[in-house]
Design a protein around this ligand. Sequence first.
Ligand code: FES
Length: 73
Amino acid sequence: MSRFLVTKCICHSREFTDIKQYAEEHGFTTVEELQSEKFCSCGCGLCIPYIDLMFETGETEFQPGAFYKNSEH
Ligand code: FES
């Protein structure tokens, strides 16, 4: 298990906790809605599957590649 956790959109310097709060305040439930406001996920896109997981689970810290493990179920 890695000690490194994925906790932010690096390109926008936004923590998933802040992204989650923003989404809740605006009633957003998808990455596309966040992108349309250019709040996050408009750069490299590496954060997108983690933000999908955030919407799915409510969590804001993830093991690297957590979305692969999640998709096995
Ligand atoms: S880390 Fe979010 S767009 Fe690059």
